[in-house]
Design a protein around this ligand. Structure first.
Ligand code: ZN
Length: 203
């Protein structure tokens, strides 16, 4: 019986690297694997890239309105398929996660989803929430905070001229036009930074 996996973690926990490694493992065994990525075709681009600049092309970039079950059913008419890898799975809709679970159950194809647990304000993403609810296997990929503890929080840093300013409220997905970077930190360090910046604002 195939399974639905959710491999989750904070930024920089090596999700994409793990995905690329898995892709190579399947290919070495002459098995057929495809990569899927949520998003808008025009905006997101078709590539996935690890921090070590390893890069693969996504076979499908799936906007929110796409039915993934139908997409895979169609793909299977002309192709074999042994595994599906999903990058940035936090951006899937809840419905698309259910469609992937139908792919697992009806076609007996394993689906490995890689994604963030929560956004920069420690709220679950819709795709991640649904994956926590329905996935067979949950695996945490660990990132490390500067202090050495396990990093579970994502810190958003807005680039304003040459400075990186931590941001503690806002939209889940950073709005276009604002140059944002992310760091992964542990919860105590996140709170410490937030207190520091709130104090700075008051003065
Ligand atoms: Zn820390």
């Amino acid at each position: 019986m195939a399974k639905l996996y959710f491999k989750f973690g904070a930024m920089k926990c090596g999700k994409t690297r793990d995905l690329i490694k898995t892709w190579y493992n399947y290919n070495e065994k002459d098995m057929t694997v495809i990569i899927m990525k949520p998003g808008d075709d025009k905006k997101a681009g078709g590539n996935i890239q690890s921090r070590a600049h390893e890069e693969l092309k996504a076979d499908y970039v799936v906007p929110k309105e796409i039915n993934i079950y139908d997409l895979i059913a169609n793909h299977l008419i002309d192709n074999n398929l042994d595994c599906i890898l999903v990058d940035e799975a936090q951006f899937l809709t809840s419905r698309q996660v259910d469609e992937l679970s139908d792919v697992v159950d009806n076609f007996d194809i394993p689906v490995l989803c890689y994604g963030l647990r929560a956004d920069a304000f420690s709220n679950l993403f819709p795709g991640s929430k649904r994956l926590f609810e329905v996935a067979d296997v949950l695996e945490e990929l660990k990132a490390v905070c500067k202090c050495g503890a396990k990093a579970t929080f994502n810190l958003r840093l807005n680039r304003v001229s040459d400075e990186l300013i931590p941001v503690f409220s806002g939209e889940q997905v950073s709005i276009d036009g604002i140059d944002a970077e992310y760091d992964s930190v542990c919860r105590p360090c996140y709170k410490k930074l937030r207190r520091k910046y709130e104090k700075k604002k008051e003065n």
